[in-house]
Design a protein around this ligand. Structure first.
Ligand code: ISE
Length: 342
C-alpha cells in the first residue's frame, strides 16, 4: 500500500459531489481532498474555502490533468461524464464516476473500450447499494444457498421529491438504474428483457410525468425482477429489496416492526422510527464504504466494485427501459459479448 494519501479531486460539487468532498475530507482514511470543480464557480470556491489546502479549478479537465490530483470523483451531470472519464483514462487516473456512467449506450461502450485499450482497470461506477451492509448481507444469503435458487426479486425505490424538470425517462435512467444494477448484482446475470408499466400517475407531478412506474426485468436465466419507482411520494426515502428463493426470502431495508405506514390517514403516520428524507441519509454508510473501498483499491492500483462494464450494461438496459416506457411494450436488451476485462 502506498504511504502517501491519495490526493482526490471532485468534479461537480452539487448535492452528491459536495457530500463526497466532505466525506473524503472528514471520514475516509488514506485520502485527502485537494481540488474541486463546478460550473458554478462560486459554489466550488465556497466549498474549497471550507477546507485547508483545497483549490477550486474552474475547468474540470484541468482538474483531471493537474499533477497534484491522483484520482478523481465525478459527480457532474451524466451528459459530461464521457469526456471527463476519458480524460481520467488518458491521464491514467483512477476514477469513481457517479451513475449513470453516460447517457447512451454508445458512449458508455466507448468508455469500456478506452479503458480496455489502456490495459489496466481505472473506472468504478457509483452503484452504492453494492456497498450497503444490508444489500451485502442479502447477496451473501443468496450466494450461500440459504434460500435455495433465486427466483424473484422485488425492489421498492421511493423518493420524497426530485428536482423540477425530472421527467419520466429520468426516472428510468437516474433512479431505476440502481435497481437494474441490483438485479445484475444479485443474479450475476444480464437482463434479457425489460417492460416499464405506467400506472395511474400521482396528482403531485406535473401533467405528463409518469410517476410511479413499475418495471419488470426478465433475467437471462428466466427469473423475474419487479421494481417500483415512485420519485415524488411526498413523504420520505424508502428503498427495499426482497429476494425470493425456492426455500425462503430475505429483505434488505425493512427496518420496522409492527404496522408501518408513511401516510397520515387513520392508523398511519409513523412506525416509531424515522424515515430519511433522502438517499444521503439512507445510504450514508454505503457511500462511506464505497468511497473507502475506492480509495484503498486505487492506492493498490486496483478497481473493486461495479466496473465500467456494469455501468455500460445498466445504460443499455435503461435505454431499452425508456423505449418500453414510450411504447408500452416489452423491449429486448441487446448486449454485445463482454470484452476481456483489462
Ligand atoms: C438520484 O440521482 C439517486 O441516485 C438516488 O439514489 C435516487 O434515489 C434518486 O431517485 C436519483 O434521482
Amino acid at each position: 500500500m502506498a504511504v502517501q494519501a491519495l490526493r482526490v479531486g471532485v468534479v461537480g460539487v452539487g448535492m452528491m459531489g459536495a457530500d463526497h468532498a466532505e466525506r473524503i475530507e472528514r471520514r475516509i482514511a488514506g485520502a485527502s481532498l485537494v481540488a474541486v470543480s463546478d460550473p458554478d464557480e462560486d459554489r466550488a470556491a465556497d466549498l474549497a474555502g471550507r477546507f485547508d489546502g483545497v483549490r477550486a479549478i474552474a475547468d474540470p479537465l484541468a482538474l483531471v490533468a493537474d499533477d497534484q490530483v491522483d484520482a478523481v470523483i465525478i459527480a457532474s451531470p451524466g451528459f459530461v461524464h464521457e469526456e471527463q472519464v476519458l480524460a481520467c483514462l488518458d491521464h491514467g487516473k483512477p476514477v469513481l464516476c457517479e451513475k449513470p456512467l453516460t447517457m447512451d449506450s454508445d458512449s458508455s461502450l466507448r468508455l469500456v473500450e478506452a479503458e480496455a485499450r489502456g490495459g489496466r482497470p481505472l473506472v468504478q461506477v457509483g452503484f452504492m447499494r453494492r456497498f450497503d451492509p444490508e444489500y451485502v448481507q442479502l447477496k451473501r444469503a443468496v450466494d450461500s444457498g440459504a434460500i435455495g435458487r433465486l427466483l424473484l426479486v422485488h425492489n421498492t425505490h421511493r423518493n420524497k421529491d426530485v428536482p423540477q424538470g425530472f421527467r419520466s425517462e429520468m426516472i428510468v435512467r437516474d433512479s431505476m438504474v440502481h435497481e437494474v444494477d441490483v438485479a445484475r448484482f444479485l443474479f450475476d446475470e444480464e437482463i434479457a428483457e425489460i417492460t416499464v408499466l405506467s400506472p395511474t400517475p400521482t396528482g403531485a407531478q406535473p401533467e405528463g410525468v409518469v410517476d410511479p412506474q413499475v418495471a419488470l426485468f426478465t433475467m437471462a436465466g428466466g427469473a423475474i425482477v419487479t421494481s417500483e419507482l415512485f420519485v415524488k411520494n411526498q413523504v420520505g426515502y424508502e428503498v427495499r429489496c426482497e429476494a425470493v428463493g425456492e426455500r425462503g426470502s430475505v429483505i434488505a431495508g425493512a427496518n420496522w416492526s409492527g404496522l408501518y405506514s408513511t401516510g397520515n390517514g387513520e392508523g398511519g403516520g409513523s412506525w416509531g422510527g424515522s424515515i430519511p428524507a433522502d438517499f444521503r441519509v439512507r445510504f450514508e454508510r454505503a457511500y462511506d464504504l464505497e468511497v473507502q473501498a475506492w480509495v484503498d483499491a486505487s492506492r493498490r492500483g486496483e478497481v473493486v466494485g461495479p466496473t465500467s462494464w456494469d455501468g455500460y450494461a445498466a445504460t443499455v438496459v435503461c435505454t431499452a427501459g425508456m423505449e418500453s416506457l414510450a411504447k408500452g411494450q416489452p423491449v429486448t436488451v441487446e448486449l454485445p459479448q463482454r470484452p476481456v476485462a483489462p
